[in-house]
Design a protein around this ligand. Structure first.
Ligand SMILES: [Zn+2]
Ligand SMILES: [Zn+2]
Ligand SMILES: [Zn+2]
Length: 384
């Protein structure tokens, strides 16, 4: 097996031993070594380093590497340049860029489609190339999780200290650190054990931002949601200092859960109906730390209409409100935004209000809301 490799030059002119950064060993070049090397696809060009090693030039690629003469005599020397060329080709077939080998002999370094680099096992890349698995990017995944957490006032700190792959460690805006299942935080479904703030009860906002960067002449729109839309600005989006951000529209939602669900449904619909309005991530990845939800300025009318529809749904009470909202939080959500008529489902059915208990009313609205957004079916059981 080879111990040292010397990269071959781009030109295919055969290398001689003196071209190489190798110490020539002045022993006899035995004819039977030369013959054995030739029969195995290599030219033995010199004895190098010490009495045990020889330099071999690959007859296939012209690359030179050093091997023990015992390997030449008793085994099949392997050309590391040919092997690397195969790894490079496999990477290409897998949609990756080969960057080089790792210290571990089963691993290489690759650039992923998103631009991040990753260490991957060769057999894994082979499976990616044959379409069995996909090469997901951990860096992008972490960014996505950070973004998801920030929406609900949590900061993703890292992996679960207890090692559960479904959990992460997060810090709440109050400073309290807590393990939370990623799936739950993805939907904002977690109560802080430090300050007792309940995710179901917190009002939230869907916003539309106009983002311009004069330095690079870029202009985008962002539709998103947050419990503090103003805080979503430059700081959280990671925008450059010279970027201009304008809040075009804010719609108050009774709860973070509503905002999250409705926003996700809106993005899915926009992607389906207006794919040309969606800006691909690489175009703005250097400018913002969000991974999606960025639209072309030409889509302004479409986005305004989407927000119009959401505001109307909130106004007509189509948006389900939790027991907490019914008791105290609902007023706050509506009052914070003069644009949005105050959602007051109780005013619609005063007779029912006196004859039915709040739980039953809540159930009715939940059922009505589920019919509108089937995605809630999956998550309703988690709302407690
Ligand atoms: Zn070769
Ligand atoms: Zn990535
Ligand atoms: Zn807290």
């Amino acid at each position: 097996m080879s111990k040292t490799t010397c990269s071959s030059p781009d030109t295919r002119a055969p290398l001689s031993a003196t071209d190489l950064p190798l110490v020539i060993h002045h022993g006899e070049l035995h004819a039977h070594w030369v013959e054995a090397a030739r029969s195995k696809g290599f030219d033995l060009i010199a004895r190098v380093r010490d009495r045990l090693h020889v330099a071999l030039r690959c007859q296939t690629c012209g690359g030179v590497h050093v091997a023990r003469h015992s390997v030449v005599m008793t085994a099949q020397p392997l050309c590391p340049h040919c092997i690397e060329a195969r790894w490079r080709a496999t990477a290409l077939a897998a949609g990756l860029t080969w960057l080089g080998r790792d210290a571990h002999r089963h691993y290489g370094h690759y650039r992923l489609r998103c631009g991040h680099t990753a260490r991957r096992q060769f057999t894994f890349v082979e499976r990616v190339a044959s379409g069995v698995v996909s090469a997901r990017c951990e860096t992008c995944l972490v960014h996505r999780e950070e973004e998801e957490a920030l929406r609900f006032g949590w900061m993703r700190l890292g992996r679960d200290p207890q090692g559960n792959p479904n959990y992460r460690l997060y810090r709440h805006s109050c400073g309290h650190e807590q393990r939370i299942a990623r799936a739950n935080l993805q939907w904002g479904q977690c109560d802080c054990a430090g300050c007792g703030q309940s995710w179901t009860a917190k009002p939230s906002y869907i916003y539309l931002l106009d983002i311009r960067h004069s330095g690079t002449g870029r202009h985008y729109l962002k539709l998103g949601y947050s419990s503090h839309p103003v805080k979503r600005h430059k700081h959280q989006l990671g925008l450059p200092k010279d970027a201009d951000v304008e809040v075009l529209r804010v719609v108050a939602m009774p709860t973070g859960h509503n905002a999250c669900t409705i926003e996700k449904a809106a993005h899915a619909e926009l992607r389906r109906l207006y794919p040309e309005a969606v800006v691909p991530n690489p175009e703005y990845a250097d400018m913002m730390n969000v991974v999606s939800e960025i639209y072309r300025p030409q889509a302004l009318a479409i986005l305004q209409k989407t927000l119009e529809r959401i505001a109307a749904e909130v106004a007509t009470g189509a948006c389900i409100r939790t027991l907490n909202d019914l008791s105290d939080q609902g007023q706050i959500a509506g009052a914070n935004n003069p644009e949005t008529p105050h959602p007051d489902p109780e005013s619609r059915a005063p007779a029912e209000a006196v004859t039915r208990n709040p739980d039953a009313m809540l159930e009715d609205r939940a059922a009505a809301w589920r019919d509108r957004l089937p995605i809630l079916d999956r998550h309703w059981g988690l709302t407690g």
